[in-house]
Design a protein around this ligand. Sequence first.
Ligand SMILES: Nc1ccn([C@@H]2O[C@H](COP(=O)(O)O)[C@@H](O)[C@H]2O)c(=O)n1
Ligand code: CDI
Length: 163
Amino acid sequence: MTRIRIGHGYDVHRLDEGDGIHLCGVWVPCAYRLIAHSDGDVALHALCDALLGALALGDIGKHFPDTDPRYKGADSAQLLTHCYQLIQREGYALGNADLTIAAQTPKLASFIPAMRESIAKALNLEIGQISVKATTTEKLGFVGRSEGIAVDAVVLLERGDVA
Ligand SMILES: Nc1ccn([C@@H]2O[C@H](COP(=O)(O)O)[C@@H](O)[C@H]2O)c(=O)n1
Ligand SMILES: C[C@@]1(CO)OP(=O)(O)OP(=O)(O)OC[C@H]1O
């Protein structure tokens, strides 16, 4: 395997009326909830897929099927930790991750530092290795109509044992 590997993940979850959403392991109070089998943390799901994708290990649905009652209401931070353990077992470590959350609402700027910290903590990494950004879609499309939230995640993995 090569010294560095790149991975990309993308996930979407639908919004419904509610009292808050989990994003990057952080509870964001708002007038919505994310519809999902797990806790609905669409950002961590995209990050899991990016990690798995980097080493061609499949995707989140393969590792944690949404038909499996064990994952009903699952804490996505635990799914993320499991995915990262698979990566580490292959001899790789995360160099950096960059996430873009497309959400018309709620306003996420004030939650971003806690989100970065939460991911860094789940992976036992420095906060400087984790970037989280938010954008609206200028009221265009399903995100713009606040029907759902979409997240893109990109990761770079580095092999530990190669100079
Ligand atoms: N849910 C969101 C979306 C965006 N932001 C912040 O606002 C900035 C401007 O967003 P545009 O979609 O108009 O580019 C963006 O760069 C974010 O800083 C946010 O906090 N929450
Ligand atoms: C996370 C899992 C867990 O069962 O279910 P969901 O919360 O529905 O999320 P999805 O992004 O559809 O990924 C599939 C599953 O791995």
